[in-house]
Design a protein around this ligand. Sequence first.
Ligand SMILES: Cc1ncc(COP(=O)(O)O)c(C=O)c1O
Length: 269
Amino acid sequence: VRRALKQQPDIKYLSVVHSETPSTTLNPVREIGRIAQEFGVITIVDTVSGLGGEFLSPEDWGIDIAIAGPQKCLGGTPGLTIMSVSPAAWQAMEKKNPPHRGAYNSLLDFKDKWIDNRVFPFTPLVTEVYALESVLMQVLEEGLERYTARHGAIARACRAGVKGMGLELWAAREEIAGAAVTGVTVPAGLTDEAILSAMRERYGLMITGALGEIKGKLIRLGHMGKAAHPFFLAGQLGVLERVLADLGWPVQFGAGVGAAMAALEGWDF
Ligand SMILES: Cc1ncc(COP(=O)(O)O)c(C=O)c1O
């Protein structure tokens, strides 16, 4: 990032995904944000599946705009966008000629009306606001640090389970594996579609594969929000063991679930 910003001094904005949900991996947004800040570049971070699962500190990390959703690690309903906006990002929006105004997605309109004057610029989606408040209260009751650590612990246990049943993690290194979802490389001789459809049709458990150029190469076990719990983890790993055996892959029943539960020692859910 530093090399690119040095070579192209006209770069004004940098955008990066914090937790790449399709590939189940993380980008080092703290380091990237700090480098971009040195160059006066506005950094926009998609932390849609990061917030609540990964630690994030936009002010300390030089992140100007962080965008999240209630429906991932916060365990809420889809429909709203949650954002943090730095003073530098507000200035950049105000300096734009002409500024983006008079539209539902004009952040400046929201700032003038709601942040500065407590008048919502449009009819608010009150049901979604109440739903978001409810999950945020639950996060605060548990404590943000513990909430995030719980996602980390379940993700680690999931990885232990995947390895325990002889499967390969999609992430090249565990340090870059995210807390929202765990990617499992589709074992040789099987297809993602065969695994996913057997899980869904025979056992009523829906998980997904990947998207874009990595589609077909991995399946994803989710552990966001309420699903960041041993109950859902054991269920997914147990059904995956069953399905792999159904498809003729050599499975030692209990190896994955056992390794995952062993990795949760000391945790109180
Ligand atoms: C990393 C990431 N960014 C953006 C999105 C899009 O969020 P939405 O569907 O709420 O627009 C998703 C949704 O899956 C996501 O995982």
